[in-house]
Design a protein around this ligand. Structure first.
Ligand SMILES: *Cc1c(COP(=O)(O)O)cnc(C)c1O
Length: 215
């Protein structure tokens, strides 16, 4: 299935006018479709699975900025650190320490976001405010990480008021704990990016609106 070109181009135009970064989420989508989007000028791509990311990166141009947005296991960190642009899903000290350790080995500074739990669903990952505070206190000692901001996922809900409340909550935390300059607030997906932007997002992660539904 080809990329939804028209939809992508109009979305991109709209977001760029509003200075919002568009990460195209390409998980479970083939290299050919990613290349198609790349040829239209897209450079930021998001992936959820380490093995899949490694295989795809090998076959695609090396100026792609890969965003790791899925849950990350410490034993897989080493493989993605050399070429990842931004890890959105740091949710424990153990994981932060491992990224720092692998980054140090190759003398790289890795940009990270801390993932915050805002949804009402048990299945989602992330830190609560206390855990976020505690982790932020440790970050300065991890010399090869660069703290860039926060990421969160709202509940999968038909109720826009609920989604808005969760995004607004995350924005409050971002204002309180985000970096002083150029902070990134990664929130909003295909179904809820409009609400996320209204609530302060400056980076959206969009998959199905661009690539069509995933199987
Ligand atoms: C899959 C995924 C997205 C994109 O979802 P769509 O609904 O297809 O836009 C965004 N963020 C994360 C963390 C994801 O896992």
């Amino acid at each position: 299935m080809p990329v939804l070109q028209e939809q992508y181009l109009s979305l991109r135009k709209d977001l760029s006018k509003r200075k919002i970064c568009l990460v195209a989420v390409s998980k479970l989508k083939p290299v050919l479709e990613i290349q198609e989007l790349y040829d239209l000028g897209q450079r930021d791509f998001g992936e959820n699975y380490v093995q899949e990311l490694l295989e795809k990166a090998e076959h695609l141009p090396n100026d792609i900025r890969w965003h790791y947005i899925g849950h990350l296991q410490t034993n897989k960190v080493k493989q993605i650190v050399p070429f990842v642009q931004l890890i959105h899903s740091v949710d424990s000290l153990k994981l932060a320490e491992e990224i720092n350790k692998q980054a140090k080995k190759i003398d790289k500074k890795v940009d990270i976001l801390l993932q915050v739990y805002i949804a009402e669903e048990e299945t989602k990952f992330g830190l609560d405010e206390e855990e976020l505070k505690a982790l932020l206190e440790k970050l300065p000692s991890l010399s090869h990480l660069r703290y860039r901001g926060l990421m969160g996922m709202a509940s999968f809900s038909d109720d826009p008021a609920q989604v808005r409340k969760e995004f607004s909550q995350l924005n409050q935390l971002f204002k309180k704990y985000g970096p002083d300059e150029d902070g990134i607030l990664s929130m909003g997906m295909s179904s809820d990016h409009e609400i996320a932007i209204e609530e302060g997002s400056n980076l959206v992660r969009i998959g199905s609106l661009i690539f069509g539904e995933r199987k």
